[in-house]
Design a protein around this ligand. Structure first.
Ligand SMILES: *Cc1c(COP(=O)(O)O)cnc(C)c1O
Length: 362
């Protein structure tokens, strides 16, 4: 049996057709491609953190329910007592758990452009995925198109990233409420960028039976820990717990996240710095000839380059030592678009200088 026959006789066709999620190598580059918080911790806090890890019993399995961390997360996010929370190894894992719980013929719906894992994981699990185009210009939800797609496809799950990645905007709250009301399935409000946005649906959990709110500590400044969470009605969360692997949150993550989140003031300060830099970068981008930056409620900015120049500009910026994200190959509303994560002031200055030089026609 040839190797190809072996693969196709074993693996699902969806898997064979997929390509792995590729992460660019940032060695030696200023890293502004992945929405990470650029700041580290003061020495004193690092010392206290290591102290909390010292007696962690690595010979034992972690607490399968991560009780202490779950309580901390509920408290800090002001999640009302009557809702339950499921933790995931990143919110990526929660998306996977949710989708694994659906029947084989289920469909999943999200706006397009949107977060790539919704589609990637749906297709990987053999589900039907529908991406509904956002409005050109505003990147807001096309409410009539969304409602029609809901009616037509009866999706089991709808994902709405709030703010949206990669566009950075908050969708209209009224449109989201219409969608939650029209949906017969679950609506997941993905608040990965909540620390940078002045809006949330956590307070609305009690108003809708089919609403869940998902968050992560990654963009806040703890991407290395891999921790996400989702809050919703206990009867829904209970089903997800059945699919979750017993020890999905390791001991080091449980202890470290609980410690880090107890230093809320530190993250609040870092978040404020990032938001202040966001408006500086936004204004400087829009002052550049040929560049259109889109308003962002997240820690990154999407911007459009002159027609058919995105690849060349991306490469030139990288050549000058700064890694951002090239989205232009996705086409559609993202044609000619690049995305930059807001970094430290000196990193943003290096990015803007590199972009400015790259715009000068060779
Ligand atoms: C980054 C991101 C996530 C994934 O976060 P992790 O917790 O690191 O897995 C989820 N949703 C959106 C919209 C994101 O941008």
């Amino acid at each position: 049996m040839s190797e190809n026959n072996l693969l196709s006789s074993i693996f699902r066709k969806e898997v064979l057709a997929m390509s792995a999620y590729k992460v660019a190598d940032a060695t030696g580059l200023i890293k502004l491609d992945a929405m990470e918080n650029p700041y580290s911790w003061p020495e004193g806090i690092k010392r206290d953190w290591l102290e909390t890890l010292k007696d962690c019993p690595l010979n034992r399995y972690p607490d399968p329910e991560a009780k202490q961390l779950t309580a901390t997360i509920k408290r800090l996010n002001q999640i009302p007592e009557q809702f339950d929370v499921l933790l995931g190894n990143g919110s990526d894992e929660i998306i996977q758990i949710l989708l694994m719980a659906l029947p084989a013929n289920a469909s999943v719906l999200a706006p397009d452009p949107g977060f790539v894992m919704y589609k990637q994981l749906s297709l990987c699990l053999g589900l039907t995925y529908h991406g509904i185009p956002l409005l050109a210009g505003s990147f807001d939800l096309d409410l009539p198109a969304m409602l029609e797609a809901i009616e037509q496809h009866q999706p089991s799950v709808i994902f709405l990233a709030y703010p949206n990645n990669p566009t950075g905007n908050l969708f209209s709250e009224a449109s989201i409420r219409e969608i939650i009301k029209a949906a017969k399935g679950l609506v997941i409000i993905d608040e990965a960028y909540a620390p940078f946005a002045d809006a949330s649906f956590i307070d609305s959990l009690g108003q809708y039976d089919n609403l869940l709110v998902m968050r992560t500590v990654s963009k806040l400044g703890l991407a290395g820990l891999r921790l996400g969470y989702i809050a919703g009605k206990p009867d829904i969360i209970e089903q997800l717990h059945k699919i979750r692997l017993p020890y999905n949150i390791n001991s080091l993550t449980q202890i470290s996240a609980d410690f880090a989140l107890s230093n809320k003031a530190l993250f609040d300060q870092q978040t404020q710095n990032i938001c202040a830099e966001r408006s500086i970068v936004f204004n400087r981008l829009n002052a550049l000839n040929g560049i259109t930056a889109y308003p962002s409620s997240a820690n990154f900015i999407l911007f459009k380059t002159p027609e058919n120049r995105a690849n060349e500009i991306f490469a030139s910026i990288k050549q000058q030592g700064v890694l951002i994200k090239n989205l232009s190959a996705q086409g559609g509303l993202l044609a000619d678009c690049l995305r930059v994560t807001v970094g430290k002031p000196e990193e943003n200055a290096a990015f803007l200088a590199a972009l400015t030089r790259s715009l000068v026609t060779p």
